[in-house]
Design a protein around this ligand. Structure first.
Ligand SMILES: NC(=O)c1ccc[n+]([C@@H]2O[C@H](COP(=O)([O-])OP(=O)(O)OC[C@H]3O[C@@H](n4cnc5c(N)ncnc54)[C@H](O)[C@@H]3O)[C@@H](O)[C@H]2O)c1
Ligand SMILES: CC(C)[C@H](C(=O)O)[C@@H](O)C(=O)O
Ligand SMILES: [Mg+2]
Length: 350
């Protein structure tokens, strides 16, 4: 499926978000032009800085406008953790998560590959090449909780994880489909069903049931704590990991760290039913510690643009971006380059 025009929404966001998004657009514009495709861009000012200026998080009219686009390219949002001007969580919950939930981004796809020439902190990393299929619309992220007697010594705070049969089944089936298309055809459920028995057993039963539809895919199970051990001691064992929203958040930062760092980790927030545009963003945040200094690695944002093209049906263009990235990272040899120098080099190579 591909059209001759891509109607793209761009949300650069805060901190390094605009810096890395500019490089992703540079590469995207080049590769799309080579395919004879027109890229129409609409840029949206959203994020912590926008909230400081306007008090707006994600107005409904903006959300409706975003729904009319083919896909969303997202940078990063959020303030420095110590910035007291912005209530913690307001941008993350009312803007980023509102987008993921409203647009039904139930597949949060996060690939991890150790490219040639990229250093890993692991002494013997092996051939790391797996994807995490993180559930994106449920779990402890739904905001189901509250506090009683807030601010007193007797305060009680709850944050309830929501897991529906529908929500678990659709992401598990997506993970099995992806596993079925990969050479190793292996799926690992990561959860914590020895303690989180209600949600954990739902996930486990769902995997057992959906597995019947995919006889060629083998599947196993790891508790999240053990999964973090294997992520460091034997990451090559993983092919497709399916997990809930919070475990997936944590394990994908770890996965990024073992495959050359957060500057290389891409993601897609995907609505597989295509009832709304999907959104593509680096796994990392706004990195206030390096913002505005051209120190950020834009590779994660560039690879996220490749995932965007893949989702829209432009597989050849997506592969050209990945090939250009592979060549670039192979030639780095620890050399320090600016954000735009990396973007220029990858754009030149696509
Ligand atoms: N999707 C998102 O928009 C997203 C994701 C994660 C965090 N956040 C938000 O971002 C803000 C900062 O969060 P944080 O500090 O916990 O995480 P972070 O990912 O922004 O930064 C963690 C560390 O990684 C480094 N880093 C991140 N991206 C990099 C890149 N491309 N190149 C080189 N180094 C990079 C940073 O300099 C920092 O040292 C918070 O407000 C948080 O809520 C947003
Ligand atoms: C900023 C936050 C809401 C977000 C998440 O937890 O999903 C981020 O950490 C990520 O990994 O994209
Ligand atoms: Mg995260």
């Amino acid at each position: 499926m591909s059209a001759s025009t891509i109607n793209l929404a761009v949300i650069p966001g805060d901190g390094i978000g605009p810096e890395v998004t500019a490089e992703a657009l540079k590469v995207l514009e080049k590769v799309v032009a080579a395919e004879g495709v027109t890229l129409e861009q609409t840029h949206y000012k959203l994020g912590a800085q926008h909230w400081l200026e306007t008090g707006e998080t994600l107005p409904d009219a903006v959300l409706e406008d975003l729904r009319t686009r083919d896909a969303i390219l997202f940078g990063a949002v959020g303030a420095a953790p110590g910035d007291t001007r912005i209530p913690s969580g307001i941008i993350e919950r009312e803007m980023l998560l509102k987008l993921r939930f409203s647009l039904d981004h139930y597949v949060n796809l996060r690939p991890s590959k150790l490219y040639g020439g990229v250093g890993s902190p692991l002494s013997n990393p092996g051939n790391i090449d797996f994807i995490v299929v993180r559930e994106g619309t449920e779990g402890p992220y739904v905001g189901n909780g509250g506090t009683l007697r807030g601010g007193t010594r007797h305060e009680v705070a709850t944050e309830v994880s929501l897991n529906t049969a529908h929500g678990v089944e659709r992401v598990v089936r997506d993970a099995f489909r992806r596993a079925n298309e990969r050479p190793r055809k292996k799926l690992t459920l990561v959860h914590k069903h020895n303690v989180l028995v209600y949600a954990g057993h739902l996930w486990k039963r769902t995997v057992e049931a959906v597995a019947q539809e995919f006889p060629e895919v083998s599947h196993d199970y790891l508790h999240i704590d053990a999964a973090t051990i294997f992520m460091v001691t034997d990451p090559a064992r993983f092919d497709v990991i399916v997990t809930d929203n919070l475990f997936g958040d944590i394990i994908t930062d770890l996965a990024a760290a073992i495959t050359g760092g957060i500057g290389l980790a891409a993601s897609g927030n995907i609505n597989m039913d295509r009832t709304a545009p999907s959104m593509f963003e680096p796994v990392h945040g706004s990195a206030p510690d390096i913002a505005g200094q051209q120190k950020a690695d834009p590779t994660a944002a560039i690879l996220s643009a490749a995932l965007l093209l893949e989702h829209l049906g432009y597989s050849a263009a997506a592969q050209r971006i990945e090939a250009a990235v592979v060549a670039d990272v192979e030639s780095r040899n620890g050399e320090v380059r600016s954000t735009s120098a990396i973007g220029d080099a990858i754009a030149a190579a696509v």
